[in-house]
Design a protein around this ligand. Sequence first.
Ligand code: ZN
Length: 491
Amino acid sequence: MLDTGLYWRPLGGNNIDQISGHCYQYTCVERRENQTIKTSLLIDVGKFDNYQALGVDNAVAAVPDITALLKDKDNGLKAIFLTHSHPDHLNGLVHYLRAGYKLPSLYGGRYTQIVLEDLYDFYKIPQKQRPRFIVIKDGDVKRFGRLRVEVLSASHTCFDAYGFLLSFNKVTVYHSGDMKLDNSTFFKKPTNVKRLKQVAKKINYVVGDFCEIDHEGIAYRESDVYKKFINLIRRFRKKKIYMTVYPTHVEMYIVAFLAALKLGFNVAFHGDEDFYDYMKVLHKYGISFENLAKNRIKVFEKIPDDLSLLGNKFAIIGTYRKLDDKYWINSKDVLMFVTARLRYAALKKQAENRGIKTVSVVDEPLLRGSGHAFMGDWQILKQIMNKAVYIPTHCPDFVLEEFYEVGQLAGFNLINPLPHNNMLYKFGKDEYKLVEKKSAVWLVSQKDGNMVKTLQCPTAGHGSIRNTYSKRRTLQKFKIIEYKMEKKRGV
Ligand SMILES: [Zn+2]
């Protein structure tokens, strides 16, 4: 039996060796007229990408186990808040609906709602089974008994990304969601640092996105990525620009498009089914490339059969992994941007075999863009919220363990012990404690909608996604950072 207070449990997101399947539980316990009352919220129910490695037949996904909250009314699950639209934060919901569970109301941004509706359609979730969706925006406040939730905008790679301030009695938690500090975002509200500064003194805990904590400096700014594209295009003076983008990172579609527009290149989009799904979502959300172009350039949704329609200066933007022979006629006139090393490796080869100039993200890291805070972002936030206990999430266990020493050198008051999935902490005003440590599980969703419980296990090197993080490279990066820090201090 839990005593009064605020409790936090990662159900997915602090995984053994991969990044995905994010899901966090907050539960408030109160005594009212001799009765114990619990109020619970979930933030995100993502899917775990490497489900094949868990070895369950007919698997289509793996998701965090929220069944205790769904089945047991005493837990008082009131709502699921959604930080943003990416599959590792959102797609788990659909598999619970497929399995016949009833979900509480969802709170998320309008863009998230559009993406989710697409998912419902894809999995044929009947209209009456879809949970209520309440659209939230920056500054909204929602109350569930004595638990207060305030919505804060967050800069990320999709629209309508949010972090939350959760308060219960005298304890306040800032749950960052996927976030960087970049305030140069196109058509999106940046991270609400102003509000964080106002309430900084009250913030006791920061549950933070430490996904890219092994990078020094601050996360790449969208305006800098845009300028980088422009500078490189100008430098190489080519008439045809082939610009690859990453499917879920829609901000890169826009950044690439704006760069082409600025330099007067006509644009044709080209990509796989996923890419056009995201384009559809962008249109539904109200982003129109035609309108942005204002007749200054021609815009084609797909590459026209008659290539001459593209004119003599054009950019092909999309997620294509190879191109038809007909696009390589004047190879000397082509500049190709390779914005993801592995995903576009084959395309790069194809281009190089034809003597085409390629610029890779390996040499120009800005080209990949970024959605997650780097160490520098977190150092700035630490200056603002300097009393808080920092709780790293959104990275594999080994990253957290390796970061611990560097983090302390950098002055972070890090939670101890570090959180792993299914550990339960109690957050007090002045102290916290680890209350429970259970083995972490995934539910593997099968073709027919059935769900099978499996223990979480290391999956790097297995399944279709062999790695989301290189252990060796991460350790090297931390060593370099630590060395520099020690040198600065004259150790
Ligand atoms: Zn994420």
